[in-house]
Design a protein. Structure first.
Length: 207
């Protein structure tokens, strides 16, 4: 079963949308309690779909979440987007326990994205095939910004004096260096600092 674009049950949606510590328009204060016990099996099923996940580890406890994005509740429920962080713990079959946070994004009754943080490690579904490194997220952002501005690959390559193959590699997720980020910032009419943050080069280095 695919992690993204899977159907969520009404009970899971109710638990994901149970935010007793948050006051927002349209919710009863305090909200009526919901069954939070549906979330550990749901999270375990999603994690078990990751082929490398160690099934000795299971989510054993969760707490009410906090929304990062509540969507437009005046719009059609089928198109609004909600993202929420659910804290809890995972436990191993050997009695070990680690803190757990799930970040869940969904639209209507469809799961859009899922990410978990277990201890200090952030995990999620892989994008690249097995045996290949994951693409740098800068590629997706760069592609979107170029498309929004109507900048074709050839024009970007000529403007920054890089080869078209290099621009294609960056768009596909190749990790950019500082010089590439600096050159691209000028063409996108963005500050170098902003592009450095997007590219993950925000460590204050000057090389």
């Amino acid at each position: 079963m695919e992690t993204a674009d899977r159907a969520l049950t009404a009970d899971v949606i109710a638990a994901l949308r149970y935010w007793p510590g948050v006051i927002w328009g349209g919710q009863k204060n305090p909200p009526d309690p919901v069954d939070m016990t549906v979330l550990p099996p749901f999270f375990n099923e999603v994690l078990h779909n990751l082929p490398w996940w160690n099934r000795d580890w299971k989510v054993d406890r969760v707490q009410p979440g906090r929304p990062a994005e509540t969507g437009d509740h005046r719009s059609d429920p089928a198109v609004r987007f909600t993202e929420v962080s659910i804290p809890g713990t995972v436990a191993s079959g050997h009695g070990e326990s680690l803190p757990f946070v799930a970040k869940v994004g969904f639209t209507g009754d469809r799961l859009i994205r899922f990410q978990a943080k277990i201890g200090d490690v952030v995990i999620g579904p892989a994008v690249a095939p097995a045996g290949r490194s994951e693409p740098h997220p800068f590629g997706r952002v760069l592609s979107g910004l170029m498309d929004l501005r109507g900048i074709p690959v050839r024009e970007m390559a000529r403007a920054v004096r890089l080869s078209m193959s290099t621009i294609h590699m960056l768009r596909r997720g190749h990790n950019p260096n500082l010089l590439q980020a600096r050159l691209i910032a000028g063409v996108l009419d963005m500050s170098e600092a902003d592009v450095r943050v997007i590219a993950g080069l925000d460590d204050g280095s000057t090389q």
